[in-house]
Design a protein around this ligand. Structure first.
Ligand code: PGA
Length: 257
């Protein structure tokens, strides 16, 4: 189980540090046992990363970025490299979020290049896939997700389950308050699991497949109870430490004792 927060372009630096401190305090207060079987991560804006990695250094909350450039370094004004991320304390990076695909024109080929680059620096990519409402209504959701997986993972090696995380994020559920039903999520997660198994064999059985799209503390339990939903990529609700940790508690409750 993994609960990861995607802060998107929210919080200024003092606000982001305060949120990270609140998370650290919440994890410490809950005690070691509370989240022992759940991995936690936050993906703040770039500017916050190093400071937040410091704040979270002594608690089991990993730090990830929301994007990375596919090139090693050079004349790419405004871009951030994988080496910059690792040197700032990141272990994870979100790639191919639908907001980047839609608002910044990222293609499957771009996403694939970012995954390769992230992996070559030891960053675990959190690959986002998901369909629009029109694609779902037309009965094409499965085909869209398969195509996104194919475009992003073609030629990529996954030797252990820790090499990759996938997040299924139906676009119609992101930031809308409308959540996929647990059944809709499970159906797509099972499809993703089968696709990964065909591609990578045994390690795919333990690759985390997160659900994202208006996951909140009131609906997280039903989603996380599904066998192939092994965590969440949480946007809005990750901006409040208590809400985020409540979702993590629901994840912990699903892990067999
Ligand atoms: P949301 O965002 O939880 O606010 O819907 C999820 C995401 O986009 O990762």
């Amino acid at each position: 189980m993994l609960i990861a927060g995607n802060w998107k372009m929210n919080t200024d630096l003092p606000g982001g540090l305060a949120l990270a401190r609140a998370l650290a305090a919440g994890v410490q207060e809950a005690g070691e046992e509370a989240f022992a079987d759940v991995d936690l991560a936050v993906c703040p804006p770039y500017v916050h990363l190093a400071g937040i990695a410091d704040v979270l250094a002594d608690v089991p909350v990993a730090v990830g970025a929301q994007n990375v450039h596919a090139e090693e370094e050079g004349a790419y004004t405004g871009e951030i490299s994988a080496a910059m991320l690792t040197s700032a304390g990141c272990t994870h990076v979100i790639v191919g979020h639908s907001e980047r695909r839609e608002a910044f024109g990222e293609t499957d080929a771009d996403v694939r290049a970012k995954i390769v680059q992230a992996r070559s620096h030891g960053l675990v990519p959190i690959l986002c896939v998901g369909e629009t409402i029109e694609q779902r209504r037309a009965g094409n959701a499965a085909a869209v997700v398969r195509r996104q997986l194919d475009g992003a993972l073609d030629g990529v090696d996954v030797d252990t389950a820790d090499d990759l995380i996938v997040a299924y994020e139906p676009i119609w559920a992101i930031g809308t308050g409308e959540t996929a039903t647990p059944e809709q999520a499970q159906e797509m997660h099972a499809l993703i699991r089968r696709d990964l198994t065909d591609r990578f064999g045994d390690p795919a059985a333990d690759v985390e497949i997160l659900y994202g799209g208006s996951m909140k503390r009131h609906n997280a339990a039903g989603l996380l109870r599904q066998p192939d939903v092994t965590g969440g990529l949480v946007g809005g609700a990750s901006l409040t430490a208590d809400h985020f940790l409540d979702i993590a508690r629901h994840a912990a409750a699903q892990v067999p004792a």
